[in-house]
Design a protein around this ligand. Structure first.
Ligand code: C5J
Length: 220
């Protein structure tokens, strides 16, 4: 068993039953010209997550532990895009419209891809999802249960949107999540901090919060 220093108390997992979730490290959220910027966000804020997440990815790869990447996006014909998602807000470009990295949040466009530093390698699951949560309208739960995964190490963007939806969905399904604070990021620092605080409050009501260093230090 491996025990990681975390809030509100140490997180213990069996390495035979753990997986790394890398949520939506897509160019559309992390680079200029993508969906995140179309909503008026400073996308550079998310880039601090790349280096620590790369170290965690390297750890999982070197140990042979499973890695699952998710990508938020839609079919090219947009048949899986609810009008409520398409029409809300006042972005400079809407989902499906042509931007500098191709059509925003459309599967197959350059912007929909994962940033090169964290790109999946052969054998890693890449899961496309139309919503914010990674369990909604995907086979994530089946994939995890088929492999006997009970514990998740969670990285990704953004903390209070897709990470938060996913860890809440995971919690309700009985999975134990360790969310790495430096491997998750938000356009809004205060939302990042609040979301992390909500996860670990009330005796880890949603999950545990730790850091990449704490995880790496815990591995013999
Ligand atoms: C957002 C996400 N923020 N991946 N998506 O719309 O968090």
């Amino acid at each position: 068993m491996i025990t990681v220093t975390a809030d509100p108390f140490p997180f213990t997992f069996d390495p035979d039953h753990v997986a790394l979730l890398c949520i939506d490290f897509q160019r559309d959220f992390m680079e200029a010209g993508g969906f995140g910027e179309s909503l008026g966000n400073d996308v550079s804020r998310l880039r601090t997550t790349i280096e620590p997440t790369k170290r965690v990815l390297d750890l999982f790869r070197s140990q042979g532990w499973p890695v699952i990447h998710t990508r938020e996006g839609h079919r090219p014909d947009l048949t899986d895009l609810f009008p409520s998602k398409r029409d809300r807000g006042n972005p400079s470009l809407r989902i499906g419209e042509e931007g500098p990295m191709g059509r925003l949040l459309v599967r197959g466009s350059a912007g929909h891809g994962i940033v090169p530093e964290l790109a999946p390698v052969e054998g890693e699951v890449v899961l496309d999802k139309p919503g914010k949560g990674s369990f909604y309208a995907t086979d994530l739960e089946t994939i995890l249960r088929a492999r006997g995964i009970t514990h998740l190490v969670v990285t990704g963007v953004t903390t209070e949107v897709c990470v938060q939806s996913t860890v809440r969905e995971a919690n309700d399904r009985g999975f134990e999540s360790l969310i790495l604070a430096d491997c998750t990021g938000s356009y809004f620092p205060e939302f990042h901090e609040s979301a992390l605080a909500m996860f670990s409050a009330q005796g880890a009501i949603v999950g545990w919060v730790g850091t990449s260093d704490a995880l790496l230090d815990a591995i013999p």
